[in-house]
Design a protein around this ligand. Structure first.
Ligand SMILES: CSC[C@H]1O[C@H](OP(=O)(O)O)[C@H](O)[C@@H]1O
Length: 377
């Protein structure tokens, strides 16, 4: 998408294969900083501390992490060590395991001397596929927005949670891809941007990227979402996903489940946008999705810009108060109106997913082993 009018992606490889450059999302919205990653360890750090975040971007960064590992050492032991280090960074987004398995499946059969170039090309292919998938999600989701616009005869009020925009992917985003497609199609819409405590990806990232693109939006406290739905101020909700189980259960940023409950209670369509690499065909239901527990400090403290324009972090809670920080929750498929994928829109169900991904049918059972040491999650 455009940043200050310049077409930009969240991750860019250097032509000489020595490093990749990322937007450091821990500095947004008040600083726009590019950071260079030159080793798999730097890629792992960027994922762990959320300089890059969002399921598809986590996968893309891990893929380039393995490619960077190959720049240093192409033997099996080095590749497995890098994969084991990268898989440990964040447990919930299945794109991480998907990308590492794809890279290892491509590289391990090759002679070590062929791996460096193949790794760089495979990581680039993963990124290009992500962009194409998100553009397709945008096209499919646009039709949902267009139908509501035609029925309503006025601006569509769309709510989203966290950041599932282009910052969460290589480009275009998932939940926001239909928003950008509708905006480009001239359909009037306004986006309710839920702040998304505690890391505030909505307030800091979604608001920033929508502002950069000129999309009308309003930031709200997470706790205002149900009230707006009760008042009839929300026509549609589209969120992203970190992992969709084979039965359509959805793991997404903490708070998604609460929005889905309020949407059901108020008759608001609740869609989940997810590309194929975010669907875990090996997992029968959401009960098996690992939920990342992040540091309590993300709850007890908040970062922002102070009155002098300096970045600062302040403590919200009493010194002695403990805090708990589950980063995701699981929305049962029964609360999901539909899944917007690159292959079309389907019901959040095994049958719906099998219909769009028939080739995955055989894999609806756990695979015995994974090429990632430890089997991956
Ligand atoms: C398009 S995936 C976006 C997904 O990832 C976010 O989690 P995090 O910011 O912790 O990586 C959130 O769940 C978004 O919906």
């Amino acid at each position: 998408m455009r940043v200050h009018g310049i077409p930009t992606r969240t991750i860019q490889p250097l032509a000489d294969g020595s490093a990749v450059e990322i937007i450091d999302q821990t500095r947004l919205p008040h600083r726009y900083e590019i950071k260079r990653l030159a080793s798999w360890q730097e890629a792992a750090e960027a994922i762990s501390v959320m300089r890059v975040r969002g399921a598809p971007l986590i996968g893309a960064t891990a893929a380039y992490g393995l490619a960077l590992a190959c720049q240093a050492d192409t033997n099996d032991t080095a590749l497995h060590a890098a994969a084991a280090g990268l898989i440990e960074t964040r447990p919930t987004a299945v794109n991480l395991r998907w990308a590492l398995e794809r890279m290892l499946s491509r590289l391990l059969p090759l002679a070590p001397g062929q791996r460096r170039e193949a790794a760089w090309h495979e990581a680039a292919a993963i990124c290009e596929e992500d962009v194409a998938q998100n553009q397709a999600i945008g096209r499919h989701g646009l039709e949902i927005i267009r139908a509501i616009h035609q029925r309503k005869g006025g601006a569509v009020n769309l709510m989203t949670h966290c950041n599932a925009g282009w910052l969460a992917t290589v480009d275009w985003g998932t939940a926001l891809a239909p928003v950008y497609a509708a905006f480009e199609a001239g359909i009037a819409l306004d986006v309710w941007v839920s702040e998304t405590r505690p890391r505030n990806q909505g307030a800091a990232l979604t608001a920033w990227e929508l502002e950069q693109h000129g999309v009308p939006h309003t930031v709200i406290a997470d706790n205002a979402a149900g009230h707006l739905m009760q008042k009839g101020e929300v026509d549609l909700i589209i969120v992203g996903a970190d992992r969709v189980a084979a039965n359509g259960d959805v793991a997404n940023k903490i708070g998604t489940y609460l929005k889905a409950l309020a949407a059901r209670d108020n008759g608001v369509p609740f869609y989940v946008a997810a590309p194929g690499p975010s669907i875990d065909f090996r997992l029968a239901s959401g009960a098996g999705i690992p939920i990342e527990q992040r540091a309590a400090r993300e709850v007890t403290h908040i970062a922002g810009r102070d009155v002098e324009g300096e970045l600062a972090e302040v403590q919200l809670t009493p010194d002695a108060s403990p805090a708990l920080n589950p980063a995701f929750d699981v929305t049962p498929a029964r609360l999901v109106t539909g899944l917007i994928t690159e292959r079309g829109v389907c019901a959040a169900s095994t049958a719906g997913l099998r219909g769009l991904y028939p080739e995955e049918g055989a894999n609806f059972i756990p695979l015995p082993t994974s090429p990632i040491n430890g089997g991956g999650v």
